[in-house]
Design a protein around this ligand. Structure first.
Ligand SMILES: *Cc1c(COP(=O)(O)O)cnc(C)c1O
Length: 406
């Protein structure tokens, strides 16, 4: 594993040297969206300036180049997550749309009384699509609780299974707690009970290795914009055998074999699930973001972020009244916290005055907030370009804010 030079790498991100409220920006809202390096913005620009043409249908050169660029990303993603085939890689708008695709389409193969297991730490994106399915089909949703440190209660998980359990949908990494869930164990157990598993990988893909073959994931969803790529593009991986059996999600151009008012046939995978003109420029540039991550190395990124996590955690625990939510031993670089009785919003506003960008609120995880009996938290989340000095600036600002709000 090679170390990397964070200061040199930050020059790729003009936004990181801007000021906010007269202070140097310290961007710690990476779990909501990451920043984009020049190489990726350049790839988007190239797409617009050089080969903008609609994909798939064209005989002309530009269309072929645009198609080739998008399909190159599909191959890149296949390798990035170790899938078997590009048939299994479906472009979506992001994680949310990917999970909606599974709930809407695979959901049609479920019947009233079939059970879907979620966990209390899920993002609303991995709750509401299943509730919509519940209204349509009468499925039953069961919820795995967590321990106080933010790890899943695996005994409770195993006890939720019945002969009606058909699907488990769980995040790989929690966007609030940072908990890295033991997805290989979860998948192995679910498979032993005949259930398929959908993984919400939105918080995992920028920080940990994904291997759909090794873990056995049936579905795996993630978003480009959290991994230094363009916004508006994401991926659903699905095991081809499952995707074959599933009905289309949306109808329109690109997804058909032949259309007739007597009856329409579907395109082959993966196009069956890609109705309409995709974000082909974003999709093409997403490859550059994945190449960028690989050029630094996921292990090096994880090690750097882990160092920031430990440094920040140690320093924050020295602030009187500060409580951290999510202290799992296996944790990615996300810190949710509250200080004394201070409202999360006030803490966030005051930090912003000092140039520090954090997120406040329920983080699209209201059931998790309910579990802790709180309305929201302040969340600092780190990326490959954050520095030790930024952690120090953040903690110093937090001390000032804590004193102001005490
Ligand atoms: C961000 C996030 C989502 C939603 O991703 P979008 O890119 O907004 O579709 C889902 N789950 C988790 C855990 C997330 O962090």
């Amino acid at each position: 594993m090679k170390d990397y030079d964070v200061d040199a790498l930050r020059e790729q991100y003009p936004i990181l040297s801007r000021k906010v409220n007269g202070r140097p920006l310290v961007y710690l809202d990476n779990a909501a969206t990451s920043q984009t390096p020049r190489v990726v913005v350049d790839a988007v620009e190239d797409g617009y300036y050089d080969r903008r043409a609609n994909v798939h249908r064209g005989v002309h050169t530009l269309s072929q180049e645009a198609t080739a660029a998008m399909e190159a990303t599909r191959r890149r993603i296949k390798d990035f997550i170790n899938a078997d085939s590009t048939d299994e890689i479906i472009f979506t708008r992001g994680t949310t749309e990917a999970i909606n695709l599974v709930a809407s389409s695979y959901g049609q193969l479920l019947s009233e009384g079939d059970e879907v297991i979620l966990t209390v730490m899920e993002h609303h994106s991995n709750i509401v699509p299943w509730q919509l399915l519940q209204r349509r089909s009468g499925i039953v949703i069961k919820v795995v609780p967590i321990h106080a440190d933010g790890t899943l209660d695996m005994d409770a998980f195993r006890n939720l299974f019945t002969d009606r359990t058909r699907l488990v949908s769980v995040c790989h990494v929690s966007n609030v707690l940072g908990t890295i869930n033991p997805i290989a164990d979860i998948i192995a157990y679910a498979h032993s009970k005949g259930a398929v598993v959908c993984i919400d990988g939105a918080q995992a893909s920028p920080h940990v290795h994904i291997d759909v073959k090794e873990t056995g994931a049936d579905f795996y969803a993630f978003s480009s914009h959290k991994m230094y790529g363009p916004t508006g593009i994401g991926v659903l991986y699905g095991r081809s055998e499952l995707l074959q059996a599933m009905p289309p999600y949306q109808g329109g151009g690109e997804m058909i074999g032949h259309v007739s008012f007597k009856g329409t046939t579907w395109a082959d995978l993966p196009y069956k699930f890609e109705a309409g003109t995709p974000d082909f420029i974003g999709a093409a540039a997403f490859r550059t973001a994945i190449d960028y991550i690989d050029s630094i190395g996921m292990d090096a990124i994880a090690a750097h972020e882990h160092e920031l996590l430990e440094h920040a955690t140690d320093a924050m625990l020295g602030i009187p009244g500060l409580r951290i939510y999510g202290t799992a031993p296996d944790k990615s670089a996300v810190i949710s916290f509250l200080i004394g009785d201070a409202h999360h919003y006030d803490t966030g506003v005051l930090l912003d005055q000092l140039g520090i960008a954090v997120r406040t609120g329920h983080h699209c995880a209201q059931p998790l907030m309910e579990f802790f009996g709180i309305e929201g938290t302040v969340r600092a989340s780190f990326a490959l370009y954050n520095t030790h000095a930024e952690v120090d600036a953040f903690v110093a600002a937090l001390r000032r804010v804590a004193a102001m709000l005490a």
